[in-house]
Design a protein around this ligand. Structure first.
Ligand code: NAP
Ligand code: MG
Length: 405
């Protein structure tokens, strides 16, 4: 059969260790046999980043800016041990962090649901996507331990204009204080990315904070979020997507009773805590994808897990591995489907769906990697190796090929 033509190039970022092994298999067995696609390839493997003094990461980020969609393999964020292991010049910063700042993006995690793995929360039937604001608040706070009585004040000295002061507390004894901040620019970018993602997924958008208590700080978040939503109201109406503001404690209670299928935007700390809770509730890291969305609508897809180092070392010893490739495959399908949507090429989008269906059909017929076995009901008699699983998906994909008379 003729390959399906993808109109605009897709930015591909290779990575490290076990996920790099998986990456090549996915490309060779699931993507390249079917798509006529111009992949702008950036090797973000740690050795290449070191050789280029990390210029390659910046180039990759700029390429996503140019072409609009990217797909990224998991990469090593080097620490001391990695510097020795790979003889690196220095501990290069996290590529994800760098690309996030180039695109000014927000990260959304989305679980992949299958019938034979029940979420820990019985009511959850559809994905709950969490958008975490990843700038400021307690993550960029100034803190002080106070060891004797005294007055703590906040002082704002504008570049021009009169100084403003507020008393934080008059200490009668020892205690602690914290000063935190955020910026309108970052809050608005966050709101824009959340709106882009909710409209892209066509799911209800929630934003929650605690503005009943924090009448300036959280109320400011709420107001800016509402302004950004109002500016896009016609798009919400057209897509049939609703926006709701909830108090954070109300949102937490409602999420437990909800069936899912929503995008929940939260402040930095709430996102840190709630994204781990929701991920655990849905099952396995091997089934969690993540998307970076910029305020101007650029998308980067990846698996939410790391490079699965322990499995890689088994692989190097020549031992069979059983690493879950589902999240990496869905990173590819997410990117392909988005490319098809932006290019207005429904056959490309449909091909992304076809791969996803092949994966889900394998899992639902009991063809799975080892990590999923304990979560399944009923439990399959055996598990597949890394390669066997991808081969099984490739076979299902081939069988799903549309028949032309
Ligand atoms: P990891 O790759 O997320 O894996 C931790 C453990 O989780 C694995 O040992 C494995 O458990 C399980 N696991 C994760 N993904 C799996 C999958 N697809 N299939 C089966 N099991 C899976 O974290 P790590 O090994 O601690 O970190 C390795 C490297 O990843 C680090 O250098 C870190 O910098 C990097 N990292 C990158 C990203 C990214 O690029 N987005 C994110 C996080 C971490 P068992 O050992 O019990 O089988
Ligand atoms: Mg956390």
């Amino acid at each position: 059969m003729a390959k399906i033509k993808v109109k605009t190039p897709l930015v591909e970022m290779d990575g490290d260790e076990m996920t790099r092994i998986i990456w090549a298999m996915i490309k060779d067995k699931l993507i390249l046999p079917y798509l006529d696609i111009d992949l702008k390839y950036y090797d973000l493997g740690v050795t290449k980043r070191d050789q280029t003094d990390d210029k390659i990461t910046t180039d990759a980020g700029n390429a996503i800016k140019q072409y609009g969609v990217g797909v990224k393999c998991a990469t090593i964020t080097p620490d001391k041990e990695r510097i020795t292991e790979y003889k690196l010049k220095k501990a290069w910063p996290s590529p994800n962090g760098q690309i996030r700042s180039i695109l000014d993006g927000t990260v959304f995690r989305k679980p992949i649901l299958v019938k034979n793995i029940a979420p820990a929360v019985r009511n959850w039937k559809k994905p709950i996507m969490i958008g975490r604001h990843a700038y400021g608040d307690i993550y960029k706070a100034s803190e002080l331990v106070v060891d004797k009585p005294g007055k703590v004040e906040m002082v704002y000295t504008p570049q021009d204009g009169a100084e403003q002061r507020v008393i934080v507390h008059e200490f009668k004894g020892a205690g602690v204080v914290m000063g935190m901040h955020n910026t309108d620019k970052s809050i608005r970018s966050f709101a824009k990315a959340c709106i882009n993602y909710a409209l892209s997924e066509k799911v209800e958008l929630w934003f929650s904070a605690k503005d009943t208590i924090s009448k300036k700080y959280d109320a400011h978040f709420r107001a800016l979020f509402a302004e950004e939503v109002a500016a896009r109201q016609s798009e919400f109406d057209k897509a049939g997507v609703k926006y709701r503001y909830l108090l954070i404690d109300d949102a937490v209670a409602q999420i437990m009773k909800h069936e899912g299928g929503i995008m929940w935007a939260v402040k930095n700390y709430d996102g840190d805590v709630m994204s781990d809770m929701v991920a655990a509730g849905f099952g396995s890291l091997g089934m969690m994808t993540s998307v970076l969305v910029s305020p101007d609508g650029k998308f980067e897809y990846e698996a939410a897990h790391g490079t699965v180092k322990r499995h890689y070392y088994e692989h190097l010893k020549g031992n069979a591995t059983s690493t879950n490739s589902v999240a990496s495959i869905f990173a590819w399908t997410g990117a392909i489907k988005k490319r098809g949507e932006l290019d207005n090429t429904p056959d490309v989008t449909a091909f992304g769906d076809r791969i996803e269906k092949a994966v889900i059909s394998c899992i639902e017929s009991g063809i799975v990697t080892k990590d999923l076995v304990p979560l399944m009901d009923p439990k399959p008699a055996k598990h597949q190796t890394t390669e066997e699983f991808i081969d099984a998906v490739a076979l299902k994909l081939k069988q799903s090929e549309p028949v032309h008379a």
